[in-house]
Design a protein around this ligand. Structure first.
Ligand code: SF4
Length: 216
């Protein structure tokens, strides 16, 4: 049986992943913290691509689209904007409520602390982690389907359905120097290389370190 990965192994893995994905970044299009928060809320159970496609006509017309604009637009019209993505009615309702709460409690700004973020309608731990990472530059681990799959396969996290456990395993093992970038590097690797059905192990730059947990 192979030994468990150490933080040093994790550092080598992220160094290799960074060579492969030097431009790993959040692919949800946004120009402001609010637009990112909104996009992340909308991205639950759908792809970033679908969210970008739904929002792009609106954001092209209103590049500074802000909470007050969303409240003015209203739930019904916003539902029409996002109707192509999954769970649109619930997301439209939550988004307008979220915009209202940002205006009433935070002066229209996106708060940069976890508690205030998670108190917003439709915002859970993963969404808060993305915002704190991308906008706040903090070493948070937003565990989506790609991060969960790749972390477990690599051996950076123990196999589990519990995403909080995966997040905690990553926080333990990822060296500080990779803390901010780790999330996007794992997403890019999962989205474009270590895909769910056909991981490209033969040409993977971290194949010597990877534990290939659950890979047939
Ligand atoms: S070696 Fe295979 S399972 Fe491991 S990270 Fe690379 S593609 Fe994924």
């Amino acid at each position: 049986m192979k030994r468990r990965l150490t933080s040093q192994d994790a550092g080598e893995i992220f160094s290799e992943l960074h060579k492969l994905w030097p431009d790993a970044h959040c692919e949800l299009e946004h120009k402001t913290p609010f637009q990112l928060l909104l996009a992340v809320v909308l991205s639950a159970q759908t792809t970033d691509k679908a969210v970008n496609k739904a929002l792009s006509p609106l954001l092209e017309k209103q590049p500074g689209f802000a909470p007050s604009d969303l409240v003015n637009l209203g739930e019904k019209k916003f539902l029409n904007v996002i109707k192509s993505i999954g769970l649109a009615p619930t997301k439209a309702r939550n988004s307008v409520a979220l915009a209202r709460q940002l205006l009433s409690l935070h002066g229209g700004d996106v708060p940069m602390d976890r508690k205030s973020l998670e108190d917003l309608p439709g915002v859970g731990r993963k969404t808060a982690n993305v915002v704190l990472n991308v906008i706040g530059g903090l070493p948070t681990m937003a565990v989506d389907t790609h991060v969960a799959r790749v972390s477990v396969r690599l051996g950076l996290a123990r196999p589990t359905e519990n995403r909080l456990q995966i997040e905690n395993d990553l926080l333990q093992i990822v060296p500080a120097e990779w803390g901010v970038q780790a999330h996007n590097l794992l997403i890019f690797h999962g989205r474009y290389h270590c895909t769910a059905r056909v991981p490209k192990c033969e040409i993977c730059p971290v194949k010597s370190q990877c534990r290939k947990i659950g890979v047939r």
